[in-house]
Design a binder for this molecule. Structure first.
Ligand code: LLP
Length: 385
């Protein structure tokens, strides 16, 4: 009988599947690891990227541990505030902020807007003026740094829709000087997600340094540098690496960035904080013996976990209730009426039967938050342990 995280799988035999299982102990250990690596650096601020997992229990645990939040919608700001994040520790990003979302953020007095265009700056200025509220504004720069990850989750290249060109930066910052209720607070960068090669972050540091030199020569002071998120996790061997290598990550910035006196450094980590603490449990409905293939048909589909269908992502799959070591090669598929509803192809699993419990590992980030009700399906269940 397999042990999953800290529990014996027999405790889960009556669980309603599909179900996300969250290991709160691993979350606490992961948060403690981050705190350990940033201890002694009072100018480091880690904001949790709420988009990775907005489950209230998870948000509350992260808020209670003293982290800030990185939000990309009014809904996320509301969820973060409900969970106990302080408004001043919230950064609000996104290329398409609606007026009501900007107004909510101004009303609540969030820490900073990460602004992605001059057009957006002008709208924030108008709304702030109408409400007589001050908006603290950081500009997101498109650093044109290539990240070695899936094209759908690369954001820092010139062809992506994100951020403002480096060349326009001085002009945009100068513009804020004519706007009494806009305070320029800093620069924001984010190059992509699921990055395991530190060289990408080294390249980002060089871009930040270059830009800082230009701004220095213009006499522009930058109180905050925000380097975004992106640190990846080990999807292949979650048990070998349940906690990402935060030391290598923070050291890269410690060594690579030339911070100015008093400058604050912000991070926006999502996946690295919650990815490994979540698993998706699913039951086998049928083992179908096709002409060329054997299919394990499970009750979870891409409505519960879309990453394999959308990004070709790999999640380790285990059969928790297998009774034999004899293996068979299967395609593991869901019930959705689309041929992309496949979790794994040609996967060797112990001989599997109807009723077996399978687990898709490393599903804590971008799993539950990306679930949908396509095919009139219910959203997945959730259990924290
Ligand atoms: N900051 C910004 C501005 C972002 O756009 C993102 C993620 C993050 C921080 C957090 O990145 P992380 O530390 O989690 O890599 N759904 C995709 C990932 C999309 C990431 C979008 N932006 C997936 O399942 O792989």
């Amino acid at each position: 009988m397999t042990r999953l995280m800290n529990i014996n799988i027999t405790q889960l035999k009556d669980i309603q599947t599909p179900c996300y299982l969250y290991d709160m102990k691993l979350l606490a250990d992961t948060l403690a690891a981050i705190q350990g690596e940033t201890a002694g650096h009072d100018n480091y601020h880690v904001h949790y990227a709420v988009k990775a997992n907005a489950n209230p229990a998870i948000l509350q645990a992260i808020a209670a541990a003293g982290f800030g939040a990185d939000c990309v919608s009014g809904g996320e700001i509301e969820a973060a505030l409900r969970a106990g994040f302080k408004a001043e520790d919230i950064a609000f990003a996104g290329v398409g902020k609606a007026d009501w979302e900007i107004q909510l953020a101004l009303e609540q007095g969030i820490g900073m807007f990460n602004v992605e265009s001059t057009e957006e700056l002008e709208v924030i200025n108008e709304l702030a003026t109408a409400m007589n509220k001050t908006a603290r504004v950081s500009f997101r720069i498109n650093p044109n740094v290539g990240a070695h990850t899936h094209a759908h989750i690369t954001t820092g290249k010139a062809e992506n829709k994100f951020g403002i060109d480096m060349e326009d930066m001085v002009m945009v910052i100068r513009k804020t000087e004519t706007m009494p209720l806009i305070t320029f607070t800093g620069l924001h960068f984010h190059i992509g997600s699921q990055l395991l090669v530190m060289d990408d972050f080294v390249a980002l540091c060089s871009r930040v340094n270059e830009l800082q030199d230009i701004l220095d020569s213009e006499g522009i002071r930058v109180p905050n540098i925000n380097v975004g998120g992106g640190l990846g996790i080990d999807y292949d061997e979650p048990d070998a690496h349940p906690i990402p290598n935060f030391r290598a990550y923070f050291d890269t910035f410690k060594q690579g960035l030339r911070l100015r006196e008093g400058q604050q450094l912000h991070f926006e980590l999502g996946r690295a904080m919650v990815g490994q603490m979540g698993s998706l449990l699913t039951r086998v409905l049928y083992v179908k013996h096709g002409k060329q293939k054997q299919f394990v048909i499970v009750d979870a589909g891409f409505t519960d976990l879309i990453r394999p269908a959308l990004y070709g992502a790999h999640h380790k799959i285990e059969n928790c209730t297998a009774t034999t070591k004899d293996t068979v090669v299967y395609d593991v598929v869901g019930p959705i009426c689309e041929s992309s509803d496949v979790f794994a192809k040609d996967l060797e699993l112990p001989e599997t039967h109807r009723g077996d419990l399978l687990v898709l590992r490393s599903a804590g980030a971008y799993g539950e938050t990306m679930a949908s009700c396509y095919n009139c399906r219910s959203l997945p269940n959730v259990k924290t342990i």
